[in-house]
Design a protein around this ligand. Structure first.
Ligand code: NOS
Length: 461
């Protein structure tokens, strides 16, 4: 809650920094998934060279279709990439909840950003280095693992830091995360339309996130020179003081006023709880279990939303091709209709929550509502995927894929942002940091569950 004498966010500097930091955290994931055609083409052509041209066994062909090469996906690249990006995210999010006590936040945040920058530079260099397919696959997977591990530390630490600011700043951070994918898709389209050879195109593409990560690092350090940010950092250091207690109480009562009669009763209860908790204690202790009981609906919602999304995106959706033969359209079909549309609509979905928070924090049916998105799984599996064994194509026309993608991504953005915004409303102010950490863990859990499921759905194709 802001008071009259609080410093103001001049020129929206902190808002812009939060947006850029959000964007910075998701550059690794988005730049790797959007570059799937580059990786696949490289794995195919390297295998091609090694196994001798036209070997029947590997069914390879360098002829380009849809910007991807027609060759058997022996490496199961999309699935492994999704899993090896999301597993370290889950593990390191957990790790971060322990190490945050011992490693200062500045070291964790700046250190992970520098590590991410170095790994992006390594990936850019790798574009120009020739090697056999297996080594390229192994090196790429190791890069994906480490870059996402650092990304998890960065994300967890930033989410923790953001809980010190009013809620608007967390929404901005989430919006920034949503923008990272659009940034990657646009970088891909720009480098593809440059007309350069595929390797130079890929090099230009991978240099973009190096610049993006560098800008994020600069923004993070700038944050400590903004009065508004410093005011909120210092406020958190006096959390246990009387000032905080008074503020908490006024905030709770204000919350009651805003929410009407029922809200007022709840506020009084919360106030009592807060008073009971603070008697004789220097710092109010927070029980994970108590917080979990209050936010489990939101936690389940985010697990289901990401579980459904990652089970098909990008592992299955990146395999959908256009039914038309037009060379230009085929080349740009997947970058535009899969990645660009997904990311723009995902971002719009996330942004809607800054205006509408429906259904509210007390709705118990939110997980069921988001589970209905499961319908998209068979819909995408029945789109035009040439490489399949059991199913046949039902939705051949490109328009079907575009329509499914619009609704799939819009609902993803909305149902990701909604529980993240509602969860802090269900807890006491001193529990909000724990809530942020728990929700980040469930977010990563959902992503890993989805990545695991993607292997099953790919096998059913
Ligand atoms: O680390 C992460 N944190 C938050 N969201 C993520 C992360 N990785 C992927 N996504 C989300 O997964 C969807 C598909 O790309 C997008 O909504 C993206 O923001």
């Amino acid at each position: 809650m802001s008071r009259k004498n609080d410093p103001q966010d001049k020129f929206h500097a902190v808002t812009i920094i939060c947006l850029i930091l959000g964007l910075g955290t998701l550059l690794p994931w988005n730049f790797f998934i959007t570059a799937i055609p580059y990786f696949q083409q490289r794995l195919c052509s390297e295998t091609h060279k090694l196994s001798g041209n036209h070997s029947e066994n590997s069914e390879l062909s360098d002829s380009s279709n849809n910007g991807t090469t027609k060759c058997r996906d022996d490496f199961n690249f999309n699935n492994w990439m999704t899993l090896l990006a999301q597993l370290p995210l889950l593990l390191c999010t957990l790790l971060n909840s322990f190490i945050y006590r011992w490693i200062p936040e500045k070291v964790r945040i700046a250190g992970s950003m520098l590590a991410i920058l170095s790994l992006f530079i390594f990936t850019a260099i790798l574009v120009k280095v020739e090697m056999d397919a297996q080594s390229f696959f192994d090196l790429t997977m190791a890069t994906i693992w480490f870059i996402n591990a650092f990304c998890a530390i960065l994300q967890g630490s930033l989410f923790g830091l953001l809980t010190l600011f009013p809620q608007h700043y967390s929404s901005m951070f989430l919006s920034g995360q949503g923008m990272a994918g659009t940034f990657a898709a646009l970088a891909m389209l720009l480098s593809m339309s440059s007309g350069a050879d595929p390797r130079t195109t890929a090099l230009g593409y991978f240099i973009t996130p190096c610049v993006g990560t560098f800008i994020s690092i600069t923004c993070y350090f700038l944050l400590y020179h903004v009065d508004f940010a410093n005011y909120h950092f210092s406020k958190s250091n006096t959390n246990s003081s009387k000032t905080y207690e008074l503020e908490t109480k006024t905030e709770l009562l204000h919350q009651g006023e805003e929410n009407g009669d029922a809200g007022q009763k709840k506020a009084v209860l919360l106030l009592k709880e807060a008073e009971a908790g603070s008697v004789g204690e220097e710092k109010q202790s927070v029980s994970l279990w108590t917080v979990l009981k209050k936010i489990w609906v939101m936690a389940l919602t985010i697990v289901i939303t990401f579980g459904v999304t990652l089970s098909v995106f990008p592992a299955i959706t990146a395999k959908v091709v256009s039914r038309y033969d037009h060379e230009g359209w085929c080349k740009f079909f997947n970058p535009v209709c899969c990645f660009l549309i997904f990311n723009i609509m995902d971002w719009i979905g996330r942004s809607i929550t800054s205006k509408i928070l429906w259904p509210g924090p007390d709705c118990k049916y939110l997980p069921l509502l988001t589970a209905s998105r499961f319908i998209f799984v068979p819909l995408f599996m029945l789109c035009n995927i040439p490489e399949r064994t059991y199913l046949s194509t039902f939705f051949l026309n490109d328009v079907w894929f575009i329509i499914f993608m619009i609704f799939f991504s819009l609902s993803n953005g909305y149902f990701v942002s909604l529980p993240m915004c509602l969860a802090p409303k269900k807890v006491l102010p001193h529990e909000s940091e724990t809530t942020g950490a728990l929700m980040t863990f469930f977010l990563a859990l959902g992503l890993s569950v989805g990545a695991g499921l993607s292997f099953g759905f790919k096998a059913l194709l």
